[in-house]
Design a protein around this ligand. Structure first.
Ligand SMILES: C[S@@+](CC[C@H](N)C(=O)[O-])C[C@H]1O[C@@H](n2cnc3c(N)ncnc32)[C@H](O)[C@@H]1O
Length: 239
């Protein structure tokens, strides 16, 4: 996935690894930052990330007991939110460090999103939080997401976004460029917390992102922004 040119909200594209290196760099980085990952999420989003995950789970609109794959589950935040909503999650992530740091009762497994170890139509739903921009190639991962969800099942993808309002965009850009790397450096790893905002440049423009989701086999796709435009939630139904 090639990065887009930097904008207000993103740091230099030169901070980002090339396609060939990306999976290795991203996996090692999440292994490193896993112990403080949750603390920094809460701090850097003023806990808004908790509400964003709840919104993603609500948007699935699935009945109690439905089986949901939380792809790129990290430390299990979305798995916990799914369990609280009486759904039955399974988490998958390729970072052993993130899985070790996870706090959830859901079964977790180490797997690469490019090649999921599940049969077609295994799940009633799928969530994926803040990982789209971390995949080396987004189109094949979206195809895998659609493949493992049964027809009629639901998909909810959550990631960062760039606010549309020029004023909010400027404040958000400064926060991403200066505050996130500074606080991230104090509490965890400065290089990682420079990469995370910069990696917004990997996300396709909104129309292209919506088109990729539809091409993967998901219909009735809708998008809403959260947190004054700092996050986006994309939902749809498996065709
Ligand atoms: C920003 S974290 C998000 C974690 C969690 N979903 C959350 O909401 O906090 C991104 C996660 O994507 C995982 N990831 C990135 N590329 C992956 C891949 N190809 N296969 C599986 N997991 C991947 C990373 O290991 C990391 O845990």
């Amino acid at each position: 996935m090639n990065p887009r040119p930097p904008s207000d909200a993103t740091a230099a594209v030169s901070d980002l690894p090339d396609f060939d290196d990306k999976a290795r760099v991203v996996e090692a980085m999440f292994d490193r930052i896993a112990p403080r990952y949750d603390t920094l999420n809460r701090l850097l989003t003023f806990r808004m990330d908790v509400g964003w995950r709840k919104a993603a789970v609500r948007a699935l609109s699935l009945p109690r007991g439905s089986r949901v794959l939380d792809l790129a589950c990290g430390t299990g935040d979305l798995c916990r939110t799914l369990t609280d909503a009486h759904l039955d999650p399974v988490g998958a992530d390729f970072s052993a460090g993130m899985l070790r740091a996870a706090r959830t009762d859901a079964p977790l497994l180490r797997a690469d999103a490019m090649q999921l170890p599940f049969a077609d139509g295994t799940f009633d739903g799928l969530t994926c939080g803040f990982a789209l921009r971390n995949f080396s190639a987004l189109a094949p991962v979206l195809v895998e997401c659609a493949r493992v969800v049964r027809p009629g099942g639901r998909v909810a993808l959550l990631d960062v976004a760039e606010p549309e309002s020029p004023l909010v965009r400027r404040v958000h850009g400064a926060w991403f460029r200066h505050v996130v790397p500074f606080v991230g450096g104090l509490v965890s790893d400065r290089a990682a917390y420079r990469y995370l905002p910069a990696s917004t440049a990997y996300l396709p423009a909104v129309p292209d992102l919506l088109a990729l989701i539809v091409e993967a086999g998901v219909i009735d796709v809708s998008r809403r922004t959260l947190g004054f435009g700092a996050a986006q939630l994309l939902t749809g139904t498996r065709a």
